[in-house]
Write a new protein. Structure first.
Length: 252
């Protein structure tokens, strides 16, 4: 079997006496659209924080492309191809839509303080910003302050910002939060297209079970900091423990 893109081995994260992520072992395979589901407080966001470096883990090891990244800071993980978007909207509201997307593009090239980094020309960077904004349906709004975008469009912009560093693996933490069902379907469909277009593997946290079961190729279920189940949508649908956690009805 090919080396997993990301591998977590017995990773734990505690907050005081409370264990938010408990000995999680997980492999993410390249090219498989994976969802992480679980009740509020299950530890989904904390797991993403630990895997992407926003929080240090207390124990365990994390490998990306076979390389131990357990102790690497976030920016080094981003440079290696591991990015994420946030559960809470994380754009710069006063800056324009285009400036928001330019920021991570420029950061990728090290224009933010590394004198000997190799730069793309600024024209190339602008062209890349344009192409990302067009793919996300935001090009017409490029000169508007990001604060003026609809909530759904702000969430799209964040997906674009997470893609700007050219990740191989990108975690999206509730990319459709606050959206209506139609917008959700559109965004999740867009994510499928972006995965193919950018050769990136997405791992998505999503609460809408209809969406999860229709778009995912693999579903990881978290409960109380642990992985309760991990499998194809059909396997998860038939899993008795998962049905108990969700009281059955949400996944019928
Ligand atoms: N910085 C923190 N300090 C203390 N406790 C925390 C912290 N971050 C998270 N927790 C706790 O850890 C548990 C897991 O939280 P987490 O945000 O990972 O859950 P989640 O699965 O993402 O939930 P949701 O679906 O509501 O986003 C929760 O009980 C939460 O209160
Ligand atoms: Mg969360």
């Amino acid at each position: 079997m090919a080396e997993a893109l990301l591998r977590a081995e017995r990773v734990s994260k505690r907050f005081g006496k409370f264990t938010a992520v408990n000995q999680v072992t997980l492999e993410i395979e390249a090219g498989v659209l994976t969802s992480i589901i679980g009740p509020n407080g299950a530890g989904k966001t904390t797991l993403i924080n630990v895997l992407t470096g926003s929080l240090p883990c207390d124990s365990g090891r994390i490998f990306f492309n076979g390389e131990d990244i357990t102790h690497l800071p976030t920016d080094r993980r981003v440079r290696k191809g591991l990015s994420r978007s946030f559960q809470i909207t994380n754009i710069f509201p006063q800056m324009t839509v285009e400036q928001n997307i330019l920021l991570p593009l420029l950061a990728r090239q090290g224009r933010t303080g590394q004198p000997f980094a190799r730069y793309d020309s600024y024209a190339d960077t602008l062209a890349e910003a344009e192409s990302l904004l067009r793919e996300l349906g935001l090009w017409e709004m490029r000169d508007a302050p990001a604060s003026e975008l609809s909530h759904g469009d702000q969430r799209r912009l964040e997906i674009g910002m997470a893609l700007a560093p050219h990740p191989r693996l990108c975690f999206l933490d509730e990319p459709t939060s606050g959206m209506n069902p139609l917008e959700r379907a559109e965004v999740l469909e867009a994510i499928r297209g972006l995965a193919a277009e950018h050769d990136v593997t997405f791992v998505v946290v999503e609460h809408d079970m209809d969406m999860v079961f229709s778009v995912s190729e693999r579903i990881v279920v978290m409960h109380r900091g642990e992985i309760l189940a991990d499998g194809t949508p059909a396997e998860i649908r038939d899993n008795r423990e998962v049905r108990e956690v969700y009281l059955g009805e949400a996944i019928d």
